[in-house]
Design a protein around this ligand. Structure first.
Ligand SMILES: CCCC(=O)SCCNC(=O)CCNC(=O)[C@H](O)C(C)(C)COP(=O)(O)OP(=O)(O)OC[C@H]1O[C@@H](n2cnc3c(N)ncnc32)[C@H](O)[C@@H]1OP(=O)(O)O
Ligand SMILES: [Mg+2]
Length: 252
C-alpha cells in the first residue's frame, strides 16, 4: 500500500471528503426543493425584504453563516441576523434582494452562491414581508463585513437549531395582536470565543431550515406539526399575515 502522504492516498482522501460533502449537500438540496415556495407569497401587499440563509459544509456537517448588526444601525442594532435587507426597485425578486444585500454586507459575490430555494416568509416588527432564500456557499468563504451595517460574522452548526445547549422560549404579542413564541438560542462560538444570542425572526428561520433538513423533533417545543410541516408552516404564516392585514385595514 502507498504511504499515507503519497499523492495517490492524498487524492483518495480528497475524493472521499468531497464525496461526503456532496452527499450531505445533495440530501439537503432534495429536502429544500420540496419546501420551495417560489413566488407564491410575493404578491402580498406588504413592504418587502429578503435574507440569505448561507449554508456550508464544514467538518462534515452543515453550518450557517450569521451576522451581528452594527450598533450604528437605527433598526435592531447589535442583533444577530442573516445577511439581508429591504427590496429595492431594481431587484427582480427576493433572490436578487438577498444576493445584493449579502454582497453589500459581507462581500459575498453572487456567483459564489448556489441558490436552492425560497422558504415560507416571515413578518418582522415593522411589518415587512421577509423572505428567506437558502443558498450553499463554500466553507472557504472569507467575509469582508461592511462596518456600517455589520460588526461581526460567525458560523454555527445548523444542528444547534434542533439540539441546542442553551435555549429559552419567549412568549410575545405583535403590534397586530398576534400571540406566539419566540425562540432564543445562546451559542458559545469556539472560534471567536464569544457568545451570540440568536432570537426572534432570525431564530425562527434557522429553526425552520433545520426542521426541513433534519426532519427531526427538536429538544424544545415548536408551533408546527412535523408530520405535515409544509402545510403547518404555511398555516402558521397565513395566521400571522391575517392578523397584520386586519390591523392594517382597520388603521386605514
Ligand atoms: C416579530 C419579530 C421581530 C424580531 O424578531 S426582533 C429579534 C431579533 N432580530 C432579528 O431577528 C432581526 C430581524 N431583522 C432582519 O433580519 C432585518 O432587519 C430585515 C427584516 C431583513 C431588514 O433588513 P435591514 O438589514 O434592516 O435592512 P437593510 O439592510 O436594507 O438596511 C439596514 C440599514 O442600513 C442602512 N444602509 C444601507 N446601506 C448602507 C450603507 N452603505 N452605509 C450605511 N448605512 C446603510 C439602510 O438605510 C438601513 O437603515 P434604516 O433601517 O432604514 O434606518
Ligand atoms: Mg441588512
Amino acid at each position: 500500500m502507498p504511504p499515507a502522504t503519497s499523492p495517490a492516498r492524498v487524492r483518495q482522501k480528497q475524493v472521499r471528503v468531497e464525496g461526503g460533502r456532496n452527499s450531505i449537500k445533495e440530501k439537503a438540496r432534495l429536502r429544500l426543493r420540496e419546501f420551495d415556495v417560489g413566488d407564491r407569497f410575493s404578491h402580498l401587499p406588504l413592504a418587502r425584504a429578503a435574507v440569505l440563509l448561507p449554508l456550508m459544509v464544514r467538518a462534515g456537517k452543515l453550518h450557517l453563516l450569521l451576522t451581528v448588526r452594527s450598533m450604528q444601525l437605527r433598526r435592531s442594532p447589535g442583533e444577530v441576523c442573516f445577511p439581508g435587507g429591504k427590496s429595492e426597485a431594481t431587484d427582480k425578486d427576493e433572490i436578487d434582494t438577498a444576493l445584493r444585500e449579502a454582497k453589500e454586507e459581507v462581500g459575498l459575490q453572487l456567483e459564489k452562491v448556489e441558490v436552492v430555494c425560497r422558504l415560507v416568509p416571515g413578518i418582522d416588527k415593522m411589518n415587512y414581508l421577509v423572505t428567506p432564500v437558502v443558498g450553499f456557499i463554500e466553507d472557504t468563504f472569507q467575509p469582508t463585513p461592511n462596518p456600517d451595517e455589520v460588526s461581526n460574522v460567525f458560523v454555527m452548526p445548523l444542528e444547534y437549531f434542533v439540539k441546542p445547549l442553551n435555549y429559552q422560549t419567549v412568549p410575545y404579542k405583535t403590534s397586530s395582536g398576534y400571540h406566539g413564541r419566540m425562540h432564543s438560542f445562546t451559542y458559545d462560538d469556539p472560534e471567536h470565543k464569544m457568545s451570540f444570542r440568536i432570537w426572534g425572526l432570525t431564530a425562527h428561520f434557522a429553526v425552520f431550515l433545520a426542521l426541513v433538513i433534519f426532519r427531526r423533533r427538536p429538544t424544545f417545543e415548536i408551533d408546527y406539526d412535523l408530520d405535515s410541516l409544509i402545510s403547518s408552516s404555511e398555516n402558521y404564516f397565513m395566521n400571522l399575515y391575517a392578523s397584520v392585514y386586519e390591523r392594517k385595514k382597520s388603521n386605514i
